[in-house]
Ligand binder design. Structure first.
Ligand code: G4P
Ligand code: NA
Ligand code: NA
Length: 190
């Protein structure tokens, strides 16, 4: 998605060779027009699938997941990310490490919001090592729902998350791939 690449070059900054700061577009601010374009792009790429629900993880995945769900005309569910002390019998829970925050949290989805007859599209903002993605996939699988595909705005292809999901057989669509952040420079893969 060329408009997104242009905006990343203008607005992102390289924190180090592993982390990009993208506050104005993904992680702190939202451009509604651009976000709706991302949603249209995902909806078009997955148009052939019979999707009944879009799912994401709070918080940065929500705007683009909302845009995608709006285009597809289906509901959105976002997993909560919490540090839980007690079990929650009415919810699916998976413990995952967080790449940027260096902490472990639980992803939580109420059992009422996912059904065995759902075909789910998982949308998220960034994929690094894929821990959050794998946790959410486990939750979807526990519910008995099927996973129609995964759409992620930014794939850092120098980290293993995207590759791992493709090797597991998931259909993964990413709007922009970054091959390297070395030398303080953003290098796209395509
Ligand atoms: P993974 O799924 O690929 O393993 O990523 P991981 O769970 O480790 O990512 C944890 C958080 O770190 C996610 O946000 C993800 O978007 C973010 N993240 C990963 N790489 C980068 C990066 O290069 N730059 C930025 N800005 N964020 C990155 P989260 O913890 O779910 O928090 P939130 O932003 O959704 O609130
Ligand atoms: Na994030
Ligand atoms: Na996220």
């Amino acid at each position: 998605m060329d408009i997104l690449k242009d905006r990343i070059l203008k607005e992102a900054s390289v924190i180090n060779s592993g982390v990009l700061k993208l506050d104005s577009l993904l992680n702190h601010g939202v451009d509604p027009q651009l976000t709706m374009e991302m949603g249209k792009e995902f909806a078009a790429r997955f148009a052939g699938e019979k999707i009944t629900k879009v799912i994401t993880v709070e918080s940065s995945g929500i705007p683009v997941a909302f845009a995608t769900a709006f285009q597809l005309g289906v509901p959105l569910v976002f997993a909560r990310r919490k540090k839980t002390l007690l079990g929650e019998p009415d919810a699916y829970i998976e413990r995952v490490p967080s790449f940027t925050k260096g902490i472990v949290t639980d992803l939580i989805v109420s059992r009422d919001l996912l059904n065995a007859d759902d075909s789910v599209l998982f949308i998220d903002d960034i994929i690094a090592n894929g821990d959050a993605a794998r946790g959410l996939i486990k939750i979807i699988e526990q519910s008995g729902a099927s996973i129609s595909g995964i759409g992620i705005v930014l794939e850092k292809s120098f980290q293993a998350g995207g590759r791992t999901l493709r090797e597991l057989g998931f259909r993964l669509e990413t709007l922009v791939k970054i091959q390297s952040l070395d030398d303080n420079t953003i290098t796209f893969a395509d």
